[in-house]
Design a protein around this ligand. Structure first.
Ligand SMILES: [Zn+2]
Length: 140
């Protein structure tokens, strides 16, 4: 008598494991699909679950837990489909503009502007142009 009950429990656990494995593998393949396909897959899985429960292949507890999970998957997929395929934009890389900005001030003193009067080359340190003698002081 006890042996028969034990056998039944083992059988039920074994069956539940197989069903769980089947559902999980179905979910894994569904993840690569679009939201609409995932929703349809979840709904189909729900239908299968219902059938298995009604034919006595599933225990009440197992059925309720799996159904809740599948329903959530279906709802999540439906919401994802409603949002559309648009994903959050990737954050802009901040290094590039900073590097360009850093190199800019170092470049300026290397090429000082020529004399505004005679266009003679200047080092940027003269107060007066050595060629025409114009006052190069800023604001003068
Ligand atoms: Zn000059």
């Amino acid at each position: 008598m006890t042996g028969f009950i034990l056998f039944g429990v083992i059988l039920a656990v074994l069956l539940a494991t197989i069903i769980w494995a089947a559902i999980r593998s179905g979910e894994d393949t569904g993840a690569s699909l679009g939201a609409a396909e995932r929703r349809d897959a979840a709904i189909e899985a729900l239908r299968d679950l219902e059938l298995e429960y009604r034919t006595g292949k599933l225990q009440e507890e197992e059925y309720q837990a799996t159904r809740a999970r599948l329903e959530r998957t279906a709802i999540d997929a439906r919401d994802a489909a409603a949002r559309g395929p648009a994903k959050a934009p990737a954050p802009e890389p901040r290094e590039a503009p900073a590097a360009g900005k850093a190199s800019a001030p170092g470049k300026a003193p290397a090429t000082p502007p020529p004399c505004p009067e005679c266009a003679a080359s200047l080092t940027g340190e003269e107060a007066f142009c050595p060629a025409c003698g114009i006052d190069l002081a800023p604001g003068a």
